[in-house]
Write a protein that binds this ligand. Sequence first.
Ligand code: TYM
Length: 380
Amino acid sequence: MEELKMTPWDVSGELNDSAYTKLVEKFGVDLINEKLIERIGKIAKGKIHPFLKRSIFFAHRELNLVLDDYEKGRPFYLYTGRGPSGKMHIGHLLPFSFTLWLQKTFDVHLLIQLTDDEKFMVKDISKTAIEKYTNENIIDILSLGFDPKKTHIIKDYESAKMMYYYATDVAKHVTFSTVKAVFGVTDSDNIGKVFFPSMQIVPAFLLSALTGQKMRCLIPYAIDQDPYFRVARDVLPKLGYYKPSAIISKFLPALQGSSAKMSSSKEESAIFLDDSREVVRKKLMKYAFSGGKDTAEEQRKYGANPDMDFSFLEYSFLEEDQKKVDQVYNDYKSGKILSGEMKEIAANKISSFLETLSDNREKVKDRIDDYILDPKKIKL
Ligand code: TYM
């Protein structure tokens, strides 16, 4: 079995439960327990997000301190991001849709960073292509429905003056040996990789720096991004800010199953946001890992295992009516629903979701500029 390797720039190896357990230990994050979910549930008036219920968001760093501040009426803000090196797939949306739920639940400001500079330095891709994906990805993200008054986008190249000013504060406190150890940078890597982490750390204190009000920052991400924020937690107190808090997810698995992540570089592993109804259906029918049995007869007799079934899991993320989800779960588990039908149900749900996003894209596509971070316009 290939050993798991994980840096923000390279994920390889098997992503099973034991791999996540090892990462939790190695990275030193805390698991989200029932008590913490209950606490969030109280604030969310009982509406607990399915990603929390299903332990997709499974780990955190000092989330309790953010909740303490919220309950005391002190402001905090959210920060997340995207490296625009290609089209987005539904896995990439996972942290964004959860962030949207957090923004609605807590009614807070949100910074979204697009690391166009990172992708230029790390991948073999032209600046022209990156610029195109940056704008496309922003539209995809905004089509989820973030609050226009409280959502601020940072494009690294475009915001370079402001970003660089603060990035040097970070860079001054991070040694080369830290970058080597945490990011796996080697002597033959380009020097952009050594400096870049400073840029991704800046938004973790930027709103405090720009407004002069010291606030906690909560960062949702999938666990591959943790190295940045481990370093940020060392550096920020030295600059007079709080250590950032984090809420951390597993990867949405590839269609083929949970041992690999959904990845844009493998077309058949992912459902892209612009996949048509027909393509979504075909991909699920052909590739989606099924928790069902080999024959219809066996499945009717013994039922399926919905917890490891790609189609059921994806359906359960998108269906807001918990009663419907429970019904499908029970029917699938008992053998009443067969694998093919489960795939149909999921394909319809995914396609309807993608169609809604596509309609929303039309509404936001000419309004990107309204969301670009303007320090003068921030109203806390
Ligand atoms: P990027 O573009 O690789 O990924 C964007 C976000 O999606 C998460 N992610 C996934 N989540 C679930 N399932 C998957 N299969 C999957 N693949 C990727 C990533 O963890 C990330 O949260 N350097 C970053 C951009 C960035 C950022 C941030 C991300 C800048 N600031 C702050 C998170 C928080 C990047 O290239 O992400």
